[in-house]
Design a protein around this ligand. Structure first.
Ligand SMILES: [Mg+2]
Length: 383
């Protein structure tokens, strides 16, 4: 007898949305974002949502929205269909053993399973992840228009509207000296009124990083994110030792094993924790715990997800005892369309978590029907 709590359908929906402005990174310039949303539905009609959105597709990482969809449809969904959704732990083991890698796809499925479980128990998802110690998270904004004047105007507007007072500058595309001039101009313009940080997205060699970071440190930059490639942890460690300004690992962290190695090498002062990059919510929790036991700082990172992935991240980050460097959970604010039935609450420089059970947010089915890439996609049913 198949229980009502058995998983009946697993559906992956791709949604292409324009961004409010070009978002320039060292690896890609984004003009739109493709959300990869996953819906798991049980026989009793209860459904959970997850998200596996990536940045810049294969220019950034190994998974693309299309590969996420294919791998879930063909390989991961069959591991779940017909199984009792209440056995989350067992299902996560099955997913881990059934496929290597695929961190983003697995994270989306894990999120949807936890969403369903938390709804059944009538608790917010954060209760399954350790319990909340805070109900809101500070949120940084990324300045990445590629133009110094436009970035300063954008920062002034955010300060005025009390939406953000921490700004992360995406650099690494131009020559390091041009980037340094750009960052220092913004530091001077915002002097004392905001925190300015940079994300190099692995673009520099160690030597370029040494020269540039010295000047950025003198100019008042508060945090240097991933200056060198993830393949060079020893170089990251030398930079972390050499400079007073904290060095943060982001792309270097593909889950707990990387976190463990970086901590042993003293390779970073701060970890950027991301749920999809880590391979799921529990793996991201392990990354955060490795940071905590080694006395490292923590920052809640984003893959520029829409509302589902953003709130899934927030449900986890709200359980961290310390979140010294705040978060960058601004993904939905970069998109031109609101997909949720209730927009997320950004107020007084923070993202406020919903109080409902599960994720506490839902996509609007009518908007999704209009915006999904393939409006006639078949669903995978349990047999
Ligand atoms: Mg980063």
């Amino acid at each position: 007898m198949i229980p009502d709590t058995a998983i009946d359908t697993v559906e992956t929906i791709l949604v292409d949305l324009p961004t409010i402005r070009p978002h320039q990174l060292s690896v890609a310039t984004m003009r739109s974002q493709t959300l990869a949303l996953v819906r798991i539905r049980c026989r009793d009609g209860r459904e959970g949502w997850g998200e596996a959105t990536t940045i810049g597709g294969l220019q950034y990482g190994e998974e693309s929205p299309e590969s996420v969809k294919t791998n879930i449809d063909r390989h991961l969904a069959p591991l779940l269909l017909g199984e009792d959704a209440r056995g989350v732990g067992r299902l996560l083991v099955k997913l881990r053993r059934g496929a290597r890698g695929n961190r983003f796809a697995k994270c989306a499925l894990e999120t949807a399973l936890l969403d369903i479980q938390a709804q059944r128990l009538g608790v917010p998802m954060s209760d399954l992840l350790g319990g909340r110690v805070r109900d809101s998270l500070p949120v940084a904004w990324t300045l990445a228009s590629g133009d110094t004047g436009r970035d300063i105007a954008e920062a002034e507007d955010m300060l005025e509207r009390r939406r953000h007072r921490v700004f992360k500058l995406k650099i690494g595309l131009r020559a390091p000296e041009d980037d340094v001039a750009h960052v220092l101009a913004i530091c001077r313009a915002l002097d004392g009124r905001a925190s300015v940080r940079v994300d190099v997205n692995q673009a520099w060699s160690e030597m370029q990083a040494e020269r540039a970071i010295a000047r950025l440190q003198d100019g008042g930059v508060e945090l240097i994110e991933q200056p060198v490639p993830r393949e060079h942890p020893a170089a990251l460690a030398r930079l972390a030792r050499r400079f007073e300004v904290p060095i943060m690992a982001d792309e270097s962290l593909h889950g707990p094993a990387d976190a463990n190695q970086l901590a042993r090498l003293d390779a970073a002062d701060v970890f950027a924790v991301k749920i999809a990059q880590s391979g799921g919510l529990f793996a991201a929790r392990q990354v955060a715990e490795i940071a905590a036991v080694n006395g490292l700082g923590l920052y809640g990172g984003t893959m520029l997800e829409g509302g589902i992935g953003t709130i899934a991240s927030a449900q986890l980050f709200a359980t961290f005892e310390k979140l010294d460097w705040g978060s960058e959970l601004f993904g939905p604010l970069l998109l031109t369309e609101e997909l949720l039935t209730e927009p997320l609450c950004y107020r007084d420089f923070e993202l406020h978590l919903p109080s409902g059970s599960g994720l506490g947010v839902r996509p609007d089915p009518d908007k999704l029907a209009i915006l999904r890439r393939d409006r006639t996609a078949p669903r995978l049913h349990a047999v």
